[in-house]
Design a protein around this ligand. Sequence first.
Ligand code: ASN
Length: 563
Amino acid sequence: MARATGPERRLLAIYTGGTIGMRSEGGVLIPGKGLAAILRTLYLFHDEEYARAHGLPEDLLVLPPASPDQRIIYKVLECQPLFDSSDMTITEWVQIAQIIEKHYAQYQGFVVIHGTDTMAFAASVLSFMLENLQKPIILTGAQVPIHALWNDGRENLLGALLMAGQYIIPEVCLFFQNQLFRGNRTTKVDARRFAAFCSPNLPPLATVGADVTINQELVRKVSGKDQLVVHSNMECNVGLLRLYPGISASLVRAFLQPPLKGVVMETFGSGNGPTKPDLLQELRAAAEQGLVIVNCTHCLQGTVTSDYASGMGMAGAGIVSGFDMTSEAALAKLSYVLGQPGLSLGDRKELLAKDLRGEMTVPRAEEDRSSLQGSRVAWLLSLNSSQEANDMQDILMPSLVLAAAHAGDLNTLQALEELGRDLRLEDCSGQTPLHVAARRGHAAVVTMLLQKGVDVNAQNEDGHSPLLLAVRGRHQSVIGLLRAAGASLSPQELEDVGTELCRLASRADSEGLQAWWQAGADLEQLGYDGHCALQVAEAAGNSDVVALLQSFQGRVGTQPQAP
Ligand SMILES: NC(=O)C[C@H](N)C(=O)O
């Protein structure tokens, strides 16, 4: 973390509300206007003499000298209306991000004065909305109003201004009680004590005592050239579901209904949950219908693993591990990832599995698994001199090929193919590399495998073809590639498609319906109760889906082939 230089540092303090500026009315605290006026009267927050001597405009405040050769000059931008943060939503946080975007060039840092109740959510959302940050954005607030005699607001706000003014921290942070945290790692843990926040799975970026101690290696590095990108398109239909002992399948089903598009599921311990088949079936069905589920532990510390039989892996491959993310960060990430336009379901899950803004610790083994290049492959391929080595290659090769297909690792597949390895190998469950690549939506790998002449309609042990897996993953480009290569759904795969289409229609899942149509399914097939998807969509009032289905009517067999 570089120390900021220059005689003047300009900051924008965006005041959104919260206890820090509240006043008492009728015995309760309500957001209070005029924070800048209060700060102007406090010497620690404004050096009037300096302001006059330097002819600073009326709306600027200046801190007393923090170092002999530097002044921090700031402006308080008061939002209208001011909020108790319990009332804030993604809409307000998008507005804050847009304010930052508008003033980004003018200021060297930003402080967001915010209520504490939802501050961890706000910090998490802002961290995903603001990509390629080169300047500090520091959220702070208080447990007690700043004008009270005994309060934490003064210390917190002054600390946030000093950190934003004196250091170049290219992150969304939260400053509270002398600690600077990465914002998307925080959670509020105390309703009354001044130490209201903690960062359970990442140490603070900085700690203030007699000295300011910076945890250099934790601070994210600035990438010099990249422009700030503000992602305002955040998906609001995301939710949080906390599992508890005895939770019923019907309750889970009720919660997972449209318009919900993604859910953070808080599970027990290291990512475990009840193994009741009906509950798992609900989760599996929802995931298959395209609902994105992120598994986070409801423990304050620790990470989701796959150590137990009761792990959520039981519910199927549809559930993404949130590792050690807080629920606040997971919800924000889900909202960001689902809000990104033009991505397939597989792409979205891949993004969720990555550490995007320092919000989670991905175990090293996971990272390694996603890229097979490097020492292990090189080692394996170098073993070509002895019979023993050949035997070893024969044993390991199918899983290596499948793992490369899973990771979308085209280079490794090409290397293996050049060495004469058979890309049509299947594993013990009949899964071919094409199945795996189709399921994950890796269009480049699918193209390469098709060019090598693999069987486009190969069936795995469950009788599933690569096309069906691509449909389930809603990977439209892959569906197009497979269809162009002659793939078609088998009568067995189409057996109960009517019921599935009705479910998709009831969930307003246009993407899912489109995938089936593209794969050649007849969308007029009736479900188990004799209704078709169009009737279900009409009854549910899903007008977009009705329009989509009507546009497909009478077009069976005319679906586009390769893109
Ligand atoms: N301490 C606080 O700021 C709590 C307040 N209810 C808020 O979140 O706005």
